[in-house]
Design a protein around this ligand. Sequence first.
Ligand code: MN3
Length: 208
Amino acid sequence: MSKLILPQLPYNQEALAPAMSAETLEYHHGKHHKAYADKGNELIEKAGLGNKSVEEIIISTYGKADQAPLFNNVAQFWNHNHFWNWMKPNGGGNKLPGALENPVKDAFGGFDQFREKFVADGMAQFGSGWVWLVSDEQGAVSILKTPNGENPLVHGKNAILGCDVWEHSYYIDYRNARQKYLEAFVDKLINWDYVAELYNQGTAKAAA
Ligand code: MN3
């Protein structure tokens, strides 16, 4: 039995255009994400880790050189499961859900400063990786960038938003203009309801 099941996109392939085209989603979801699931399943079986949760596999294989392919494929599988939900048609904009207003204000000063730092840190991630908005146990938020498949789970942080800055996420629509892609992600794509849901889950877990 396969542990990693490629999820359906939560919208049609055409739904995010023009900010993200159907062609990008066809390749990114249908080829890249599928490959992480297929390769991850093969390596999970080989390692005998089928009885562990996806999160446990990610955390236990992080930083182990001989398990790097297993870590990268399973982490990327998890990252992309969330990534599709971090976007929605007609998303983005500067209206934050109530739960996030104060944390964003406390951390950055306001939405505009958050936007500026999220885009700048996404630009500063050299090569492939991700830029994240994370929360800690006290509910404070901060921005984190990580290389390749690495994610906030391995740093003990709750990933409430992530943007894939691998070239496969933007090259069809934006060529080398990563900044334009990051700006479009913030302005037109972010599904803030899902971000708030993950933020509330994180603070509820910390309080339990
Ligand atoms: Mn990707």
